[in-house]
Design a binder for this molecule. Structure first.
Ligand code: A2H
Length: 253
């Protein structure tokens, strides 16, 4: 880990009806799964949200009268960053397991899909970000490997109560052109390295390095208000656009 604080963009993925049972008492206010990302410019390509089935999450109320769902560790950090009414305090409305959230329908900013779903990812760490991860399989090898696992393995879907409709229609969307890697860079690199599953740790680390650096330095946007521009030149502006629309917030840890 680095020395300074890491800045993340938290994208707000709004929970749609039917709201998971444990969250229903709080659903007069908008409820969001908040996903920590380093790549706000990829939000056009979101196909789903990742949740770890066994992680404990909490819901708390923000200063803007919204409800955020994330790990209590990250809520604690947020309450020192102006997210709550009282500095340094957050009020746990309810505790939920990842399993309680799986399969819930979401409206995510920027993506072309009207509705996406919370799906299981077993490699999510509970000590990084919010424990909620947004999935961009076009540009993230981890996301592509995990989505492919779910698509290929019906028993895996069934184990977590995930239906075909929540997974099968969602293919990676071309959003960034990367020289030599094409417009689905994570897919190209995963295929190249013959990555078999989300547990292929070493190869995934290698894939991530290739895609991440090249995507950032040489990638060109194929979609949206910055179409034709280089990723590194528009990253900040895209983040700002999300923040201005109240579709994301900045979070440090
Ligand atoms: B990134 P770093 Cl398109 N457990 O967002 C596992 N992974 C997590 C996580 C957690 N608790 N919290 C966040 N992440 C993921 C987009 C993306 C990301 C793309 C390409 C690469 C990439 C869409 N998923 O990350 O350890 C989130 O996925 C490559 C590392 O703080 C977040 O950004 O460097 C990134 O890992 C944060 O990882």
């Amino acid at each position: 880990e680095g020395v300074g604080p890491q800045e993340y963009t938290l994208t707000k993925m709004k929970i749609l009806e039917p709201v998971p049972e444990k969250l229903r008492p709080y659903s007069k206010k908008p409820i969001f799964l908040v996903a920590a990302t380093l790549r706000p410019e990829t939000m056009y390509g979101q196909t789903n949200c990742w949740i770890h089935p066994d992680i404990k999450y909490i819901a708390f109320e923000t200063v803007k009268d919204e409800v955020f769902v994330c790990t209590s560790r990250s809520a604690r950090n947020m309450c020192f960053q102006g997210f709550t009414k009282t500095e340094g305090k957050f009020n746990v409305l309810v505790e939920v397991s990842g399993q309680d959230l799986l399969g819930c329908a979401l409206k995510a900013p920027m993506t072309i899909f009207e509705k996406i779903y919370a799906l299981p990812m077993l490699t999510i760490k509970d000590n990084k970000g919010t424990g909620v991860v947004t999935s961009v399989p076009s540009d993230s090898p981890d996301d592509y490997a995990a989505l492919t696992d779910l698509k290929k393995k019906q028993p895996f879907r069934e184990k977590y109560g995930i239906t075909n409709e929540m997974v099968l229609p969602f293919d990676p969307i071309p959003i960034i052109e990367v020289p030599e890697l094409g417009n689905l860079s994570a897919v190209a690199v995963c295929d190249n390295l013959k990555i078999q599953s989300q547990n292929d740790k070493e190869k995934l680390a290698q894939a991530k390095e290739m895609v991440y650096l090249k995507g950032f330095y040489d990638g060109v946007m194929l979609i949206g208000e910055f179409k034709g521009k280089k990723v590194q030149d528009v990253k900040k502006a895209l983040q700002k656009s999300l923040l201005d629309k109240n579709e994301a917030v900045v979070y440090y840890e």
